[in-house]
Design a protein. Sequence first.
Length: 269
Amino acid sequence: MVSKETVDKVMKNIDRRNVTDVRIYPSIVAFVLALYAVVAVYTLYFMDSGFTEYEKLLQTLGVVVVGMGILLALMNVLASRTYKHNKKDVSLFDSLIELSTEIYKEKGIDGGQYITKMKDRGIDNKGQRTIYLIFLIAVVPAIIATVLMVFDITNPVTVTAATVLFVMSLIICAFVLFINIRYPRKHEKAFIKFTDAFCEGMKECGITVRGYEPVIGVRSTPLMLFLTLITLGMFFIVWVYLSLRDMNRHLDQQWNFENSLVDVLSVIN
């Protein structure tokens, strides 16, 4: 007999999706990034200001600070979302393995092969935790730069040091962004591996669970990087847009699987 405690664990993990599965509007993010890129290029290279060298340095710093703010806001959303979603899935998978084990025992079926496949899903939260910590590290140079500016923004040396520190934060954020935009495809592959094994095992027990249908296309990372380089970074905005759209599609499809699972649990319970 499947225990109520196990069913409740699965349901609790599914209910957590209302907090962890945050959808981001890719068109809005792409618009903000594109608008910033246009304004930054115009300000730095085409605006005839007649500023002194120090004023130009301040102008550059201003552009970098705005970019840093936009990237930090985006990174906070992406890094926290992937970390929380991944953590929720790890917990959900563990509870589904426990549920499957009890169902196999009740039905008298040897489901060892399915349990092995489910445990070998390739999803854990160590990597995402590390990425989130790297993102937090990216804030440190920006904080130091802000402190320098507050204490003495009239000194060109201070402004130059602050600019360098902000650029360091930008580079770290760009690295985290690169990792996060590749996350949806990698996560979906692992999710499919787990759910296929789970659904096959349930089918052996006479229980039908609607599986997960792939929704994320295969993209060549080298090609994406090449297009980003030859467009001087502008294609990166398109890449971010596609990644955000992919994650939203994944969340929708995952909810379909989980909704089917809820229907099954209501019968079991």
